[in-house]
Write a protein that binds this ligand. Structure first.
Ligand code: FES
Ligand code: FES
Length: 166
């Protein structure tokens, strides 16, 4: 067993887990945060992406013990109460989802992309080709990606406007 203590969506969580427990299983099975999905067994689909210390990580590739002491954000922790995160709002407004299975991971990856290219890079621009390249690790079986890319570019504008207003 491994003793762990980490922050998940702003709340301190601690306990003992089997050494082999993956972060995704800890989130889903121990904390009931089932918005983080499992879509493959091969680290390819990206349905399981969460943020660990602010960076997008495929949570099926990480033991929860490796996240000891870290701050983890899942899709459930992205909104502020009833107010959607700008990325969530952009996916809704641009029809960036169909079945929704890939969507939590897609949104968590997309937030990280916009953070790196725009929010933390004043004056930086994000174009369609870069979004498509950056989302290579997230598979969607429904949308054909067009509206996902549109959503991310829309959210980039919303997130930089929100930052400028702070
Ligand atoms: S479940 Fe993690 S990449 Fe598919
Ligand atoms: S919306 Fe169905 S897999 Fe992406």
């Amino acid at each position: 067993m491994t003793a762990i203590s980490l922050t998940v969506n702003g709340k301190l969580v601690s306990g003992n887990v089997e050494d082999r427990t993956l972060l995704v299983h800890f989130l889903r099975d121990h904390l009931n945060l089932t918005g983080t999905h499992v879509g493959c067994d091969t680290s390819q689909c990206g349905a399981c992406v969460v943020h660990v210390d602010g960076r997008a990580v495929k949570s099926c590739t990480m033991l929860v013990g490796q996240a000891d002491g870290a701050s983890v954000t899942t899709i459930e922790g992205l909104s502020h109460g009833d107010e959607l995160h700008p990325m969530q709002a952009a996916f809704r407004d641009n029809h960036g989802l169909q079945c929704g299975y890939c969507t939590p991971g897609m949104i968590m990856s997309a937030v990280d992309i916009v953070q790196r290219h725009v929010v933390q890079n004043p004056g930086g621009k994000l174009d369609e080709a870069t979004v498509r390249q950056e989302l290579e690790g997230n598979i969607c079986r429904c949308t054909g990606y067009h509206n996902i890319v549109k959503s991310v570019l829309d959210a980039a504008g919303r997130m930089s406007t929100a930052q400028a207003a702070e």
